[in-house]
Design a protein. Structure first.
Length: 178
C-alpha cells in the first residue's frame, strides 16, 4: 500500500515538476493550454492506459469481494488506488478528457471473471491482471519510444516502473498458486 502512495506522490511530483520546467517562459495559462492539447500519440497512450486500467480496477473490485486470498485482496486494493491515481493525473493534465468506460471486449472479460467458479477465481483474476499489465507495459513502451509531450512521457515512465513491479508480484502469485 505504501508503494502505491509513493507512486501517486512521485507521479504528481513529476507532473508538477515537468510542467513547471516546461512552463518557464510561459504564462500559467499558456502552460495549461499546451498540457491540454494532446496529439494523436498522447490520446492513444492515454486511452490505452485508461481503458486497460479501467478493467484492472473493475476486476480488482470484484477480487476484493470474491477472493479468498488476503494477498490477492491487498493487491486488488492497491490496484484500485493506483488506477484511480493515474486517472486523476490524466484528468489534471487534460481537463476536457471524456470519461473512460469499459469497451465491449473488456466488459466481456469482466463478466467472465465475475462468473468464474470460486475455486478458480484467484487464478482467473491473477491471469487477467498479468495480461492487462503486459498490455499496460506495451502501451507505456510504445509511447515512450516516440514521446513528444514531456509531462505525459514522465507519467508513462513512472507507470512503467510500477507496472513491471506488479508483473513480478503477479507472477509470484501465479507460481505460488500452482
Amino acid at each position: 500500500m505504501k508503494r502505491t502512495s509513493a507512486f501517486a506522490l512521485a507521479t504528481l511530483a513529476a507532473v508538477s515538476l515537468s510542467t513547471g520546467v516546461h512552463a518557464m517562459g510561459e504564462t500559467p495559462k499558456q502552460a495549461q493550454a499546451s498540457a491540454a492539447t494532446a496529439t494523436t500519440a498522447e490520446t492513444d497512450h492515454r486511452m490505452a492506459t485508461l481503458q486497460t486500467g479501467m478493467l484492472a480496477m473493475e476486476s480488482s473490485r470484484v477480487a476484493i469481494s470474491r477472493s479468498s486470498n488476503m494477498m490477492v485482496k491487498q493487491f486488488a486494493q492497491a490496484e484500485i488506488d493506483e488506477q484511480t491515481t493515474i486517472a486523476t493525473v490524466f484528468k489534471s493534465m487534460y481537463p476536457d478528457m471524456p470519461e473512460v468506460k469499459l469497451n465491449p471486449e473488456n466488459t466481456a472479460k469482466l463478466n467472465q471473471l465475475k462468473n468464474a467458479p470460486s475455486a478458480g477465481f484467484d487464478k482467473a483474476y491473477v491471469d487477467m491482471q498479468i495480461e492487462g499489465h503486459n498490455m499496460l507495459l506495451k502501451a507505456q513502451d510504445d509511447y515512450i519510444s516516440g514521446a513528444q509531450n514531456r509531462e505525459e512521457m514522465n507519467v508513462a515512465k513512472l507507470a512503467r516502473g510500477q507496472i513491471k513491479d506488479h508483473i513480478k508480484l503477479l507472477t509470484a502469485f501465479q507460481m505460488h498458486a500452482r
